[in-house]
Design a protein around this ligand. Sequence first.
Ligand SMILES: *Cc1c(COP(=O)(O)O)cnc(C)c1O
Length: 395
Amino acid sequence: MNDWNTRTKLVHGGTRRSQYNEVSEAIFLTQGFVYESAEQAEARFIEAGPDEFIYARYGNPTVAMFEERIALLEGAEDAFATASGMAAVNGALTSMLKAGDHVVSAKALFGSCLYILEDILTRYGVEVTFVDGTDLDAWRAAVRPGTKAVFFESMSNPTLEVIDVAGVAEIAHGVGAKVVVDNVFSTPVFSNAIAQGADAVIYSATKHIDGQGRTLGGVILGTKEFIRKTVEPYMKHTGGSMSPFNAWVLLKGLETIDLRVRAQAASAQAIAEALEGHAALQRVLYPGLNAHAQNALVQTQLGGKGGTVLSLDIKGGQAAAFRFLNALNVAVISNNLGDAKSIATHPATTTHQRLSDDQKDELGITPGLVRFSVGLEDTDDLIGDVMQALAAAQG
Ligand SMILES: *Cc1c(COP(=O)(O)O)cnc(C)c1O
């Protein structure tokens, strides 16, 4: 399976068939598994083999298929599936850290990630230093012997800064720190973070992996040693495992993710190009534009693909941004991303509402900023929709 090209891996990778030889993967909606004997039960609790399951919180055949398929896509040795993206972020960090450890994190983070680093880890005696993630000198100055991990979103939400995975990994590994990357915006289709030096990669499967707005899910990818010795004991005893039904939905999502994400990114590129220089906009943020501050890095790190999300800074502040959102006819107002349906979000009043005005300023989350997740609708329909809504925004 490791020799297959990506699309073949996504359709067939990890498949386990039952005695019925079903074509579509089976959903094993079971909490437990029957043992042939008391001796077999005892043996399985000592060590479970690859096709031996104990309890759904520990593992499940449908969940195992999902883990194997996403690990093949990412080029990781192993994976642990979680109930949501946040269970993955929390599990990857909390399972490896203890009081007295030091962590360096980029400051441009999704609100819930910031809560884990700023409020939860520090409550248990972990020291966290925040840096401008795009500045390698800042990472160099912040790490020290005793830095246990570095954490960042490889493409930040919602301002779409791109962080140099290989550059940060070299600095982190120099002091023996593990590199934990939240890779949602880079997507598993365009990212190659493990090959570029990440030790652990996290996805919210809720986003592009589902891609059709149905279930929550997450995954932590890394070496067999890290996943089975560090992550699994923490996850299986604290209860953040993925449900078998959700794993089945996400397996089906993986079958089409390459086609969907490539189409969405091509549309996002076309929309960003159509909007560049528009009189109603302060700026268009899209990593695939030549004008983007880290476009050179997008070429080397992401094969030139800017992802499926763009952000528009609309002139006239919050009132204009709200007029824009309320005028959209194709895109919907919501807060997910990576969906087949285009979704527009006003971060300052929703996903990033919790931040102080100073924090929003520092991160570039202005009152006029709208995050636009590009779906699978016709590109021209989307450009037409955004153009008429921008006209409405000007009031
Ligand atoms: C959505 C998201 C998460 C959290 O994922 P959930 O599945 O909603 O828990 C974490 N990081 C980033 C960058 C996200 O966009």
